[in-house]
Design a protein around this ligand. Structure first.
Ligand code: TRP
Ligand code: ZN
Length: 887
């Protein structure tokens, strides 16, 4: 074992949770804002908890800041009256209740981590979740300390005309030296991770909202002046979200002011600070010229997500960071329901399941696997994961389906009645659901502490004499690194039976004798058999409808059954899913055949099935496009024991090409019918039309014929919306033709002043499927458009390449791995959070062939040896390299 890895980092354990001895009940902060050195004066009302031992010292967290003075009830402490232990400031012998004044300095301009107080494009801005507040001042920086905040900001009036913090503005004024000040007060007690501060030259788009009970709320979205015209969609989305939460959950906004600030330099998507959300500009700014339909949809959903946190996260918060899914899983579920209500429920479900399968399932089956409620971590930053967010939302969705919409509402009401103003656990949430609905959810709670994706295997037997159909369901969860033994889970298995003509059959089983054609089987054991009566012909089973649980169904479908389900299933999700299963199986067949030097052919029946979908008169455009969007190589690779990127691509490319050849006329006709659409509307119908049009163009582009390439060129030149421009550019980017470079060059000339559009230009090249994509990535990393420290630029180029270009990143020569490791090692000292995210592109190295295994492992070891490697990156790399981990 290497030197670096022998100095194992010590994890924090859920089982060691203990409340702090003291509580900061109120805090008054004064900021003398200066880019180089900001002086923070914090006056805290501190009280020893009744249960705490009188001997215990006060312990405050602090990181990368400098203490200037400490006073207790006005008396300055001598240097020997306190001490530092690691990153903690320890003050022994304090009274039971007192006022503590801390003066310290921090350095926003030098802070490259984008955590704590930093400068984004000349604007002061803060990010405190999860443990950033300690980079601003010494504090009990944990979510179970809820305090009331008053904040005074002082700054140069010319450079920082706008001074913002949480809550309501109290007062403001100017100072003689060209400085000015503003004072804010937030009446709601909150944990430190929800504190926020912004100071800069910003302009507001202002609007109003009247809540259901008649409260007038001022809404403001702040941007730099030149982006002021791009906030209409965000504002409209905010108002929709506010109304929806009132109508759906009876939840109203609780302050007089709701503010959103858009910044270009942000580690993640957005942050729900009380009354002052801070957003990555990518998730606020949009107009038809610069944003795609996907961007518009992402903005609507993230604006809603952060707004919904005001109740699920802020009013009721997490006791500790192990409970992160308490707020994130629940809030993702809420934003998913919102989107489903605003647009198409089945499409939203399909999109969410695609993300879950292609990203969360691999996470759950790799070295970073952890339960929805993790039980240990080294850096909590590493656990803002798909498991906590997306699988967490699936767990809430199962609860919702178990107790029903009305029961869920009663459970939510009880949760808020019991816990408003508190910091609680996932158990408290489940208890509210159980108590409000009289449901026993004890076994259900295993979903919170058991990692790994459960698999279900189904055996069927039709008894032609008894006219019964027997369904035997086996469930098992493969072991994960930390949890070798798995218990059976509660799996709600939504299903139906179809007769030979595709008609739904009434389901008579157990004590059910009615005419219902859909049911939810309560799978709770490792093996269970369900018997359906009065089944007079061999039925076709439609399983896991609407993806009723986050599991993998292992079932041997024959192709006829799959095509039958694509055509007839009454469940829209399962029609789509059957097509996905059909394609996945076909790619695997193609791989086998190509390995044996047999030339594979797509069966006529498959082509017909897809032709029927493409020409369907009952499906809408968006659903047709979703069905013809094939699973990616990465997703299909999950089915293989050893992931073989070359074989996968050869097979998938062949299949796509054969489909394009066979359906060329259909794709061409459907394309032309929609091609003259110059509209910019973002209504569901227009978006669906563009999606189908660009899907057709994608298949046609695959044929690399002049006429189709010309369509792509025309779209890039003439389209009046960014969706169609990108649809064309994406086709060209994969081709080796002069039109490609012309289009990319013209695009850059037009848009190089718009960072968010430049990101699209970087990504389309980083994810190109043509050989040599890695050369482009290397070249672009030295291009002026690339800023090596801006998280959006990094994600657009390096992230897109490593996570989104499976083919080029996994090139057999290992250049992709070296490029990533080099970049991670350069970035780690600057921004460890982003670095540890990027390195995860290599952690599933054990899933690949021996050669790639060796290449990835060598790069992971280089990163592990990096002198001064951050805890963030070390935790990920150590887990990846630990012996005996899952792939
Ligand atoms: N709480 C935020 C959300 O889900 C996400 C978040 C966590 C975050 N940590 C962050 C955002 C750090 C930016 C930076 O909406
Ligand atoms: Zn969130």
């Amino acid at each position: 074992m290497s030197d670096a890895s022998s100095t194992a980092l010590r994890p924090v354990y859920l089982s060691e949770y203990r409340p702090a001895a003291f509580t900061v009940e109120a805090v008054d902060l004064r900021f003398d804002l200066d880019a180089d050195t900001t002086r923070v004066t914090s006056t805290m009302q501190v009280r020893r908890r009744a249960e705490a031992n009188a001997e215990e010292p006060l312990i405050l967290d602090g990181e990368d800041i400098e203490l200037r003075s400490l006073r207790i009830d006005g008396d300055e402490l001598d240097a020997d009256a306190y001490r530092f232990e690691g990153r903690s400031l320890v003050i022994p012998g304090v009274p039971a209740a007192f006022e503590l004044t801390v003066v310290n300095d921090c350095h926003p301009a030098a802070n490259t981590t984008r955590m704590g107080l930093y400068i984004a494009d000349g604007t002061f801005c803060s990010q405190c979740e999860p443990e950033g507040f300690r980079r601003i001042t010494y504090f009990i920086d944990r979510p179970d300390n809820m305090a009331v905040y008053s904040v005074t900001l002082v700054a140069d009036a010319a450079r920082y005309p706008v001074l913002l913090s949480n809550g309501n503005p109290l007062d403001s004024g100017s100072l003689p030296d060209g400085r000015h000040w503003a004072r804010w007060h937030d009446p709601f007690p909150k944990p430190s991770y929800l504190f926020a501060l912004v100071a800069g030259a910003l302009e507001a788009h202002e609007d109003r909202f009247t809540t259901a009970s008649g409260r007038e709320v001022t809404l403001r979205i702040y941007t730099e002046a030149h982006n002021r015209g791009r906030t209409d969609h965000a504002m409209a989305s905010l108002k929709k979200a506010m109304r929806w939460d009132e109508e759906t959950f009876g939840l109203e906004y609780d302050l007089d002011l709701f503010q959103i600030v858009s910044v270009d330099d942000f580690n993640m998507g957005a942050m729900e600070n009380k009354g002052l959300n801070i957003f990555n500009s990518k998730l606020v700014l949009a107009d038809a010229d610069t944003a795609t339909d996907n961007d518009f949809q992402a903005i609507e959903s993230v604006i809603a997500h952060e707004y919904f946190h005001n109740w699920t996260g802020n009013r009721v918060t997490c006791r500790d960071w192990f409970q992160l899914s308490l707020k994130e899983g629940l809030t993702v579920f809420r934003d998913q329901q919102f989107t489903a209500d605003m647009h198409s429920a089945p499409l939203k479900r399909i999109e969410d399941v695609r993300v879950l399968r292609s990203q969360q399932f691999p996470e759950d089956n790799g070295p970073m696997a952890h339960p929805v409620r993790p039980d240990h971590y080294i850096k909590i930053d590493n656990f803002y994961t798909l498991t906590v967010y997306e699988k967490g939302a699936e767990v809430i969705r199962m609860l919702y389906n178990l107790v029903g919409a009305d029961g869920f509402r009663r459970g939510m009401d009880l949760y808020f009645r019991r816990h408003d103003g508190q910091a609680v656990t996932c158990d408290d949430f489940v208890a509210a659901m159980a108590d409000a609905t009289g449901t026993d959810l004890d076994r259900f709670k295993r979903w919170y502490h058991q990692a790994g994706t459960p698999r279900i295997r189904v055996e069927e037997h039709w008894d032609h004499e008894q006219h019964t159909h027997h369904l035997t369901v086996h469930q098992s969860t493969p072991p994960t690194a930390d949890q070798p033994d798995k218990q059976p889970l509660v799996i709600p298995l939504r299903m139906g039976l179809l007769d030979g003509r595709g008609r739904p059959l009434p389901l008579k089983h157990g004590d059910r004798d009615g005419e219902d054609t859909e049911t939810v089987l309560p799978v709770t054991e490792s093996e269970q058999t369900f018997v359906f009566r009065e089944v007079r012909e061999r039925p076709t089973v439609s399983l896991l409808r609407n993806f009723s649980a986050p599991v993998i169904v292992e079932r041997e479908f024959d192709d006829d059954t799959l095509r039958f389900l694509v055509a007839h299933d009454t469940d829209a999700f399962n029609r789509w899913d059957s097509a996905q299963t059909l394609v996945t199986g076909r790619v695997l067949d193609f791989m086998d055949q190509q390995a044996r030097s047999v030339t594979p052919r797509l069966p006529e029946a498959d082509i017909e099935a897809f032709r029927r979908v493409l020409n369907s008169e009952v499906m809408d455009d968006a659903m047709i496009a979703a069905t013809l969007t094939l699973p990616g190589a990465r997703e299909i690779g999950e089915e293989l024991d050893v992931i073989d990127p070359d074989g996968l691509y050869a097979a998938r490319d062949t299949l796509v090409n054969q489909l394009a050849e066979a359906l060329e006329d259909d794709f061409g006709r459907i394309y032309r019918l929609r091609a003259d659409d110059r509209g910019t509307g973002i209504d569901a119908e227009s978006m669906g039309r563009r999606r189908l049009k660009n899907l057709c163009l994608g298949y046609l582009g695959d044929l690399d014929r002049d006429a189709y390439v010309q369509h792509a060129v025309d779209q890039v030149r003439a389209a009046r919306n960014m969706t169609d421009v990108m649809g064309g550019l994406r086709v060209l980017a994969d081709l080796d033709r002069p039109e490609r470079d012309e289009a990319l060059g013209a695009f850059y000339d037009k848009w190089h002043d718009e960072p968010l559009v430049t990101d699209k230009w970087l990504t389309v090249q980083a994810t190109s499927q043509r050989p040599g994509a890695i050369d482009d990535v290397e070249r672009l990393m030295a291009h002026p458009a690339f800023d090596r420290h801006n998280p959006n630029r990094i994600r657009a180029l390096v992230g897109a390449f490593a996570m989104g270009n499976f083919r080029a990143f996994h090139a057999a020569d290992g250049r992709g791995y070296r490029l990533l490791a080099d970049f991670v090692m350069e970035l780690d000292p600057v921004n460890p959070q982003i670095a540890s995210g990027l390195v995860q592109a290599m952690i599933r190295w054990r899933r690949f062939d021996a050669r790639r295994q060796g290449l990835m492992k060598a790069q992971l070891e280089r990163v592990q040896q990096l002198p001064g490697c951050s805890d963030n990156t070390r935790e990920v790399v150590d887990r990846a390299l630990a012996p005996g981990q899952a792939g």
